[in-house]
Design a protein around this ligand. Sequence first.
Ligand SMILES: NC(=O)c1ccc[n+]([C@@H]2O[C@H](COP(=O)([O-])OP(=O)(O)OC[C@H]3O[C@@H](n4cnc5c(N)ncnc54)[C@H](O)[C@@H]3O)[C@@H](O)[C@H]2O)c1
Length: 239
Amino acid sequence: MSERVLIIGAAGGIGQACVGLMAGAGWHVIAADLTEAPGGAESHILDVTNPEACTALAERTGPVDAVIYAAGIVATMPIARTDPAVWRRIMAVNLDGAAHVCAAFTGPMITEGKGGAIILISSAAGVRGEAMASAYSASKAGLIALVQSMAAELTPHQIRVNAVAPGNVDTPMLRAVARDIAKAGGDDEAEVWKSFAHTGAAQRLVQPGEVARVCMALCSPEFSAVTGTTIPVDAGYLL
Ligand SMILES: NC(=O)c1ccc[n+]([C@@H]2O[C@H](COP(=O)([O-])OP(=O)(O)OC[C@H]3O[C@@H](n4cnc5c(N)ncnc54)[C@H](O)[C@@H]3O)[C@@H](O)[C@H]2O)c1
């Protein structure tokens, strides 16, 4: 039987890349998102902000060998005009959702006793913060602390837990950020988009497949001693 990976946010840019790569490599992919996700062996509709729905999904799927949490939302807003409802929604999806999914799936993983891997997609913004993105950056920094705590707790059960911190990745989310920044500043959207490619030392955007390859590698026993860490996949954004 092939190894089973649960990919949350599977209909998104990075999620879809993970689905395609891992299905192609022979993993049994269980995809979950707010909408149907193409390409997985199984696709489930899931709102991660609903803890009961996360538990119900874990009951339906049974234990998995790996979890990749790639759900997320972003908002561009100055701290002085932070809308509390937007702040709460970002925390609910990016951070609370990851905790709900891990709460639902780690119990069965421990009971099964085979070990496994959990990867949470954080962000370079969670490592060093970013202007106009306080809620997003705080939620992503929270994921890094969640990873460290879960790794300390779960590594004795042979479940490794790591974060991946992408830089600017060419996905629908980043397109939406370019649109918002352009609108807020009265700038040309195409120029804002172009500027995103020049934020890292490599002077280019990261491709979703580059993030997916690191996620898949972290699921592999080749990385058996890597746990509790955050791996930037940022084309030099954090340099
Ligand atoms: N694109 C980037 O530049 C970038 C950079 C750093 C980190 N990230 C992170 O990578 C992850 C994937 O981002 P992406 O760029 O592929 O974005 P995306 O918008 O293409 O995908 C995000 C997915 O999350 C899903 N989602 C949102 N709310 C949900 C909910 N309540 N329940 C279930 N699913 C929900 C969406 O439906 C979508 O399919 C996110 O966590 C994002 O913050 C992205």
